[in-house]
Design a protein around this ligand. Structure first.
Ligand SMILES: [Fe+2]
Length: 189
């Protein structure tokens, strides 16, 4: 599999806290996953509702930090600990997809750029018939890997792999995802 999949990293109480936090955050319609000037490009083919939580453009230049965003850093610390890895964090975003708002195939990072995407599925309740699968595609846009939306699931995959998330098939279900874009610290030294 191209994506590593991890379940049960967080207990239900913490998952509920994360979901509530997201549900109370305002979203914009300009969350572009593959901006042409990665990591801060403003044009790309893939636009979902959502918002940037954290972004830095160099080691010491933080250009955005959302208020009261500690929980997303706490999650990141726990994921790092679980994976036994140390990462340089470029940005944190969350995405929100309403019914039938399928993501388009896109990449999160440059080829051989060493970018890694860590993605968490925050919806605490999810039924299989609601869809919302995460898909990995080849360069000809064929789906080569598909994963169900499982509450609390964490994916880790190379940013250069084409992927997308499908919107829910229920009119009043909203599909959230949280994404940390990172690079291995040891690769940067
Ligand atoms: Fe993405």
């Amino acid at each position: 599999m191209l994506a590593q999949v991890f379940d049960n990293l967080f207990d239900i109480e913490f998952m509920v806290k994360v979901e509530r936090r997201l549900q109370n955050l305002p979203v914009t319609a300009s969350n572009i996953a593959n901006g042409t000037a990665y990591p801060s490009g403003e044009s790309g083919s893939h636009c979902l509702m959502g918002e940037n939580i954290f972004e830095r453009t160099s080691l010491n230049t933080v250009v955005n930090l959302m208020d009261d965003s500690e929980i997303f850093f706490e999650m990141f610390d726990r994921i790092e600990e679980y994976l036994d890895e140390k990462y340089f964090l470029d940005r944190i975003d969350f995405n929100l997809q309403h019914s039938f708002c399928d993501g388009t195939s896109h990449v999160d990072g440059d080829e051989d750029g060493g970018e890694i995407t860590i993605m968490y599925l925050p919806n605490v309740k999810w039924e299989k018939e609601w869809g919302g699968q995460f898909q990995i595609l080849d360069k000809e846009q064929n789906v080569i890997e598909e994963h169900e939306y499982v509450p609390g699931r964490v994916f880790v995959f190379p940013g250069e792999i084409p992927h997308r998330g499908l919107g829910p098939r229920h009119p009043y279900v909203y599909r959230y995802s949280i994404v940390w874009r990172v690079r291995r610290l040891e690769d940067m030294l």
